[in-house]
Design a protein around this ligand. Structure first.
Ligand code: ZN
Length: 341
């Protein structure tokens, strides 16, 4: 599964379509063949990945999305999920061959590892040769139980009518330029060179973008650790943390606060000794995990609630740097050490 940019926030122009899809998934009425189409750059792959994530997860979150945490979600994100089979051209620019379709169809017949069933991913679907498309028809018509075949295409008109008619069409619309600009800005992607046409294909800008997300997160983690330890004052930290990309920052902060609180609770319940334990967590860097096991969860919990309020203030005209500063000022009083056993 190609998760081209898993850390991006959800594109708002997908939401109406997603609401329909989430409802269909929730009520178990998703067609077996899903044809995700739309113009280039609108985020079709992103939408299709979201569908697959939701179909394979058994602990979906209220938005209908996959949780991202359970074992199946982790396997999908790591690209090692055993129930996902991909059908793509062997080389870029070449057609998908009929032999490839045969082995793809056979894989879909195998018993899935998980009860959520199998996923077949075909991309780009317009690259199916005529014989390959013909060979796929039987599988599309009578797919194995609990199997979903997701076809992604920029050019639905280039697909054989027989393939189209056996799949349910999900057309991802282009955004209006203002919406796209806000979303790109929020994700830290430079829009200064983009005209209205380019803004209607924002994912093209994402692919070109030179944003270095891991480096951003590393800096934020260091700032958060320093702020909690009182090694730097709130004003300095806030000046850096209030710089764009705001949406990504909030997403990161929300996840860190939640993970730290979970670890603080676990440490308090199990009586972990901070002097002896260095917990290894997938969702926290070591520096923050070391801090989290020392936190008193009762005192830290209200700060986590303030993080959620801060996310709401991001949508208002409030002075963002002041909002962040006040959040980090209040962090000091929240960071009390729990009494160790
Ligand atoms: Zn999950």
């Amino acid at each position: 599964m190609s998760e081209s940019a898993p850390e991006l926030t959800s594109p708002p122009w997908h939401e109406p379509l997603w609401a329909h899809m989430a409802q269909a998934i929730e009520t178990d009425r998703v067609a077996h063949g899903l044809l995700v189409c739309g113009p280039p750059g609108v985020g079709k792959r992103r939408f299709a990945s979201r569908v697959v994530a939701a179909l394979l997860c058994r602990e979906r979150v209220p938005s209908g999305d996959g949780c991202g945490q359970c074992p199946t979600c982790r396997q999908r994100i790591a690209d090692t999920h055993p129930d996902i089979s991909r059908l793509v051209p062997e080389e870029r620019g070449k057609l998908i061959k009929v032999e490839q379709v045969r082995s793809f169809s056979q894989r879909l017949q195998l018993t899935p590892q998980y009860s959520t069933g199998r996923i077949g991913w075909i991309e780009p679907a317009e690259d199916l040769s005529a014989s390959a498309a013909n060979s796929l028809l039987k599988t599309l018509e009578e797919p194995p139980p609990d199997c979903h075949i997701v076809l992604v295409t920029d050019r639905v008109s280039a697909l054989m009518a027989t393939v189209r008619s056996r799949s349910q069409l999900w057309r991802v619309p282009p955004p209006d330029p203002d919406t796209a600009q806000r979303w790109l800005d929020g994700n830290g992607i430079d829009t200064s060179q983009l005209d209205a046409d380019s803004l209607r294909a924002p994912f093209a800008a994402v692919e070109r973008g030179d944003r270095d997300y891991p480096a951003l997160v590393e800096n934020w983690d260091a700032d958060l650790a320093n702020a909690i330890r009182g090694r730097e004052d709130a004003a300095n930290v806030s000046e850096r943390l209030s710089a764009p990309p705001r949406d990504l920052f909030l997403d990161w902060l929300y996840r860190r606060a939640g993970a730290m609180l979970a670890l603080a609770l676990e440490a308090a319940e199990t009586g972990m000794d901070p002097a002896e334990t260095t917990p290894e967590r997938r969702d926290l860097p070591e520096s923050l995990a070391r801090i989290a096991i020392r936190l008193d969860p009762v005192v830290f919990q209200p700060w986590c609630a303030r993080v959620a309020d801060t996310a709401r203030l991001a949508r208002t005209n409030a002075d963002w740097q002041l909002v962040v500063e006040s959040l980090f000022l209040s962090l000091k009083s929240c960071v009390k050490r729990r009494r160790t056993p």
